[in-house]
Design a protein around this ligand. Structure first.
Ligand code: PXP
Length: 239
């Protein structure tokens, strides 16, 4: 059975729209776990546009499954990771101007740097995952860094879903996952997955966990709408 990591970043995005305290991603994480999430992912971005330092610190104490901290490979982030001690760290590229993580990490270009960067984290028992496009050269480079996992970027597949390009994008994921497993890496995948396109991903042998965020939070807003309105009507109806 493939495990589900729930990315709760966009609960924080809604909170940041008003700069207040609701909805709290800490509560969202607890509910996700009650519903069966196998792990919780948060991306602490350099610009703190959604998840913030307080969230990461509180979540590190309240998550009962596994905490996967997504972050850029900077000194600041490594210090935070060493302080909060997540189960795993997923290194992603980060550009300020992007709406979301747009491409995989170029591991090939910075293999030696990444190898040194992840060492202190691994020495403390934190598992390292590198988020990469399904490119065999990148997969090989990950295995040379000593990271334990790859997370395959499913963004292109998701974009191409239901088009002529879907098979090509899917086959790249299939090959990338197979090659990574031959090299002894554990394979996760994520980005852009939704309730329709996720089904084909499940046919890739050996994928350990899928990290899914935006579509789950989007559905939660809609499926929770009716109750939220009724709750407010109940209050108004008292008078
Ligand atoms: N995995 C990684 C490495 C990501 O950067 C993201 C987006 O934050 C996700 C998974 C989840 O993507 P989505 O929100 O599109 O499900």
């Amino acid at each position: 059975m493939t495990k589900l990591g729930v990315n709760i970043d966009h609960v924080a995005t809604i909170r940041q729209a008003r700069g207040g305290i609701e909805p709290d991603p800490v509560t969202a994480a607890a509910i996700a776990e009650l519903a069966g999430a196998d792990s919780i992912t948060v991306h602490l971005r350099e610009d703190r546009r959604h998840i913030n330092d307080r969230d990461v610190r509180v979540l590190s104490k309240t998550i009962k499954t596994r905490m996967n901290l997504e972050m850029a490979a900077t000194d600041e982030m490594r210090e935070i990771a060493l302080e909060v001690m997540p189960h795993s760290v997923c290194l992603v590229p980060e550009k300020r101007e992007e709406l979301t993580t747009e491409g995989g990490l170029d591991v090939l270009k910075q293999k030696d740097h990444l190898k040194q960067y992840i060492k202190p984290l691994q020495e403390k028992g934190i598992l390292i995952s590198l988020f990469i496009d399904p490119d065999l050269k990148q997969v090989e480079a990950v295995s040379e860094t000593g990271a334990e996992l790859i997370e395959l970027h499913t963004g292109l597949y998701s974009e191409c879903f239901d088009t002529k390009k879907e098979d090509d994008a899917f086959n790249e994921l299939l090959q990338g996952a197979g090659f990574a497993q031959e090299l002894g890496l554990m394979v996760n995948a994520g980005h852009g997955l939704n309730y329709r396109n996720v089904k084909r991903i499940l046919t890739i042998p050996g994928v350990y966990e899928l990290n899914i965020g935006h579509t789950i939070i989007s559905r939660a807003v809609l499926t929770g709408m009716e109750k939220a309105v009724r709750d407010m009507k109940d209050i108004l109806n008292v008078k």
